[in-house]
Design a protein. Structure first.
Length: 401
């Protein structure tokens, strides 16, 4: 009689929300360790979309919804950026009727529908006992819902905005900061050649970490962030002064996409919203460019100063992960598996003050993480404070305790 190797259980992994470098190394770390421990690993494709769209029929083609992960598969992808499992911004508990999977349309006919019962049945159909979602606060907020429904969940925080509550570090942030510094430095030559002011719009809907850290590292003279509505007149004055004091006659400002001029609101590319109620941001850099050029003459002896306006966008989230986003995902993946092997779930793995730890998963729905303006941001100079670094974590601005 042929011996059949039995598995200890099945672990499901998914990546949701925006892609970042470091997702594939996390998937690799979980898979290789889990396989060695005797577990089967299933990759759920396209975030929460894949597990929502499964047809529970062995004859159905569900290849676009999930795949079994092996060492060979994850080793090939582990050194690359993005997510080979793909991603989406699907929200199963709040799905519009026009995106309900075709085979479920007769059952779910409301304007918005909760497909959580289908998700749970699909996980059971795949024999998935443990779930490791990798994502930001939107993706992980639904993971909280599944945990409350009784599923065994351990989460990994990911977002280049670095704004998932409860952790000092989210996968993708270091590469984002690295690329922002690199690209800003590359554009300095053009700004200096033409004696212009360089305006760089970066990611950051509600939190300004992606502007603060590169500015603190010397990539920019000033930065404006979502947490503080700034005075465009003051920003112009400071940038003109920076330019005129620079022998190369240029200055640089980093602009979070969610930053707002006093008296205005966030600027969106359109009013269409994703499944989590977020409209696509973009355009604050354009507005600042127009107003800054017009106001610059006031502080430059009546002569307006031209600007270079560049939106970094997906350039900072594409490509391979840097060293930190190769190491931290490896550690996060193994930490998540450690918890499951110990029978612990309902947790999120984190970095706190330079040490790996875990916290209750529902922290992502109970609190918010943003820049503490009073502690870290100089509102008179529109840039970070440069003091009190003693005993701070590596990326300086820790999660609120």
């Amino acid at each position: 009689m042929t011996n059949v190797k039995k598995t200890k259980g099945t672990i499901g992994i998914l990546t949701g929300g925006g892609d970042v470098p470091g997702l594939n190394p996390a998937i690799r770390a979980i898979t290789i360790r889990a396989n060695r421990e005797g577990y089967k690993v299933i990759g759920l494709r396209r975030g929460w979309a894949g597990i929502t769209e499964i047809i529970r029929d062995n004859k159905a083609d569900n290849s676009n919804c999930y795949q079994t992960l092996t060492d060979d598969i994850v080793n090939k992808a582990g050194r690359t950026g993005g997510t080979f499992l793909h991603s989406s911004r699907t929200r199963p508990c709040h799905m519009k009727k026009d995106i309900i999977p075709e085979h479920l349309k007769d059952q779910y006919k409301a304007e918005y529908n909760d497909l959580t019962p289908e998700v749970i049945k699909n996980l059971e159909w795949l024999d998935i006992e443990y779930l490791i979602p990798i994502g930001g606060d939107d993706t992980l907020s639904y993971a909280v819902r599944l945990y409350q429904e009784g599923l065994k969940v351990v989460a990994i925080p990911k977002t280049m905005d670095n704004d998932v509550p409860g952790t000092d570090y989210c996968i993708g942030f270091s590469t984002c900061v690295t690329r922002t510094i690199m690209m800003t430095n590359s554009l300095r030559t053009s700004a200096g050649s033409h004696e212009r002011i360089l305006i760089m719009e970066v990611f950051g809907r509600y939190a300004g970490f992606t502007a603060m850290l590169p500015a603190m590292a010397g990539a920019a003279n000033r930065c404006v962030i979502p947490e503080y509505k700034f005075d465009i007149d003051l920003l112009t004055q400071l940038l003109v002064e920076d330019r005129n004091q620079n022998p190369s006659k240029y200055s640089v400002v980093l602009v979070s996409e969610g930053a707002m001029i006093k008296g205005s609101k966030m600027i969106f590319t359109n009013q269409e919203k994703d499944a989590y109620g977020h409209a696509k941001l973009g355009g604050i850099g354009d507005l600042i460019s127009i107003e800054l050029k017009e106001l610059s003459a006031k502080y430059n002896n009546g002569k307006p100063i031209n600007v270079i306006n560049q939106k970094l966008g997906y350039l900072v989230r594409g490509g391979d992960p840097d060293a930190i986003d190769s190491i931290v995902p490896m550690a996060y993946g193994n930490l998540a598996l450690d918890l499951l092997l110990k029978g612990i779930h309902g947790r999120m793995v984190v970095l706190k003050n330079g040490r790996y730890d875990d916290v209750p998963l529902d922290v992502v729905t109970k609190t918010k993480k943003s820049v503490n303006v009073e502690q870290y941001y100089n509102i008179k100079r529109l840039r970070p404070f440069y003091h009190s670094f003693e005993m701070k974590p590596m990326f300086l601005m820790a999660a609120e305790r």
